[in-house]
Every structure is written in structure tokens, then in C-alpha cells.
Design a protein around this ligand. Structure first.
Ligand code: ATP
Ligand code: MG
Length: 203
């Protein structure tokens, strides 16, 4: 056998072993229910990943709700697209100009509560297949929303419904509750090299 043939044979054997493992995992995962996902960490990609799932779900004609807990000063492409092109997606943003510069804690809390009420309706409505709660973690870390109530609503949502929470931090209890937790880690970001936030990429 030539050395290339030997390499091929080794590769084939390794792949067969890998396939056995994957097949066993697939066979073991047979529970059918919605999942709760947390996308966290300090790197770029949390909100855009959540909107990737929105697109997936829409592909199957699923009913989708999106609630954004921060209203940036900048419009985002996903907001424009959903509002203009996807009237079926229930889209809501915390509409009071909440930004990182905000000083008015009591009006922020009021806005957070009003926005949470809309999210809660979605979390109680079994017709929603997917609910995205974008930047919800900050509402918990600032104590703008009662953690126990938020966690309970996520936990008690309809069995078939999936929920995606994005944002840095969020606390240990939220991590424990969620089925899938992914941390996007910054290796580097163009912004730090002086590149301006870019339409269609950053917003
Ligand atoms: P995106 O919306 O692009 O998926 P994100 O949701 O992971 O980003 P956020 O913390 O919500 O990140 O910040 C949103 C904005 O800040 C985006 O324009 C994003 O490009 C930018 N951003 C995210 N992470 C970083 C970072 N580590 N350094 C600089 N800018 C960042
Ligand atoms: Mg985000």
C-alpha cells in the first residue's frame, strides 16, 4: 500500500468512527420541544445570529415575534426589513429613545416594563414558534425587570415555542435555565482599528 493509500485508509476509518459517534448522539436526542437559547459574550454576532434564526423560522412559515429591549439612535437593516417586508412578524422595539447615554432611570424602567408586557404576551401565546428577546440581558443586569418574573415566563412558555435571548451577561440563573448557551468571544473588532460601523454589517 502506498503512503497515500495508507493515509486514505486511516482517514476513512477515522470518519467511520466519527459517524458512529454522531449517529449515536442523533439517536439519543429524540425529545421534541422548543428550545431556549442565550447568545451572549463580548464579541460581535449575537443579534445578527438571532435574526439568522428568524430567517430560518420564516422559511418554514413559522410565526415569529421579535422584541428589542434597546432602541438605538440608529435604524437597523433588520428593523427596516421586518417593518417593510414582513408584516407577519410581530416586531416591537422599546420606543422611548433608551440608549447607553440615558440618565433617567425611572422612565427607562417604565419603558422596560411596557416592552416586557408585549414580550410576555408572546411568551404566553402558543401560536408563536419563535420569540426573540434582543438585548434582554441588560434589563436584568440593570434591575429594570424582575429577574424571577422573566425567568418564570421563559420557563413556562408553550412547549413547542423556542425563545432566543441576546446580550452580554444576564446572570447565572438565566444561563442555568437556557437549553443552549453560546458565548461570542471578541478576538478583534474592526471598530478598534478605526473602521466605522457599517450599514448592512453592523446595523
Ligand atoms: P450584531 O448586532 O452585529 O450581531 P451584537 O448583537 O453581538 O452585534 P451588541 O453588543 O448588541 O453586539 O452591539 C451591537 C453593535 O455593536 C453592532 O453594531 C456591533 O457591530 C457592535 N459591536 C458588537 N461587539 C463589538 C465589539 N466587541 N467591539 C466593537 N463593536 C462591537
Ligand atoms: Mg446585539
Amino acid at each position: 500500500m502506498s503512503s497515500e493509500d495508507k493515509k486514505d485508509a486511516r482517514h476513512k476509518k477515522a470518519m467511520e468512527k466519527q459517524k458512529e459517534k454522531v449517529d449515536a448522539h442523533i439517536a439519543a436526542a429524540n425529545e421534541e420541544r422548543g428550545v431556549a437559547l442565550l447568545l451572549t459574550g463580548n464579541g460581535k454576532g449575537k443579534t445578527s445570529s438571532a435574526f439568522g434564526m428568524v430567517m430560518r423560522a420564516l422559511g418554514y412559515g413559522h410565526k415569529v415575534g421579535v422584541v428589542q429591549f434597546i432602541k438605538g439612535v440608529q435604524l437597523s437593516g433588520e428593523e427596516i426589513y421586518l417593518r417593510d417586508k414582513c408584516p407577519d412578524v410581530a416586531f416591537h422595539q422599546m420606543g422611548t429613545g433608551f440608549t447607553w447615554d440615558t440618565q433617567d432611570r425611572s422612565s427607562d424602567m417604565e419603558a422596560a416594563r411596557a416592552t416586557w408586557a408585549i414580550a410576555l404576551e408572546m411568551l404566553e401565546d402558543p401560536s408563536f414558534n419563535l420569540v426573540v428577546l434582543d438585548e434582554l440581558t441588560y434589563m436584568l443586569s440593570f434591575d429594570y425587570l424582575p429577574e424571577a418574573e422573566v425567568l418564570k415566563a421563559i420557563e413556562q412558555r408553550p412547549r413547542e415555542q423556542s425563545v432566543v435571548v441576546t446580550g452580554r451577561g444576564g446572570g447565572a440563573a438565566l444561563r442555568d435555565l437556557m437549553d443552549t448557551v453560546s458565548e461570542v468571544k471578541e478576538i478583534k473588532h474592526a471598530y478598534n482599528a478605526g473602521v466605522k460601523a457599517r450599514e448592512g454589517v453592523d446595523y
